[in-house]
Design a protein around this ligand. Sequence first.
Ligand SMILES: [Zn+2]
Ligand SMILES: [Zn+2]
Length: 281
Amino acid sequence: MKVVFWGIRGSGAAVGKEYEEYGGNTSCVSAEWGNHLIIFDAGTGISKLGESLVRRGFTGEIHLFLSHFHLDHICGLPLFGPAFSSKVRIHIYGNTTDPGGLKGCVSRVLSPPYWPVAPDCYGARMVWHDLKPGKQGQAEVMEDKDSTAAWMVKALPSAHPNGGLIYRLEAAGRSVVYGLDCELPEEFWEIYRDFACGADLLIFDAAYSEEEYPKVKGFGHATWQQGVAMARHTGAVRTVFAHHRRERTDKELEALNQIVLGQEPKMCFGKEGMEILLQEA
Ligand SMILES: [Zn+2]
Ligand SMILES: [Zn+2]
């Protein structure tokens, strides 16, 4: 399974020389194995992923899991190249209390006058999957058992303003936890740990540092120090920190990265374009 980081910024894109090394696009991560493609979030990073899929003539099924609907996680969707192809079917998953459901929630933002083209007007067929997870601590399971390479995605309600989901993908004998936009209040610690336990790759929301946290408590993001502790607690094989603050420069991120690497060689601050290969078990 190949996991690629197409966008690692949080809240908004960052443009400028001082952000080029770590990258300025917002959340998007893909996981691909065999002919399967799963995408987590449609931030501005999904545009580059789309370009690469179009370039190689991708056709078939795409499964896009949205963590939530804050703009930094959906604003890349109308620029996703494969959405214009009739040879592509895009399954979109998410959870909302919007009376219009998932489709209504996304369409409201991605339709005139906010955007000239509504989701129904794209070439690709979009299939909307409204997820209904239970209360915190319970996870919803989606499975694709019919195909040759079966996969499963579990969802857990996150600790984030307006709600959200974190996901766990199990496929090809490997597991990836996508845990962005999730604060870690004390009462949520064990729930998160059980959900992420033993992951081969943990993608952790490390927007803040412990020193910054008191001023941003309740904003819905964790700290990199909590990430180090959670990675050890879950026994994650590798951990990548993401949802970097928009204003963090390459220099600042590299300084944090060196501190983390000094403690744990299997953890790092994610960079846009980074690829991680998880060998089939
Ligand atoms: Zn975000
Ligand atoms: Zn958010």
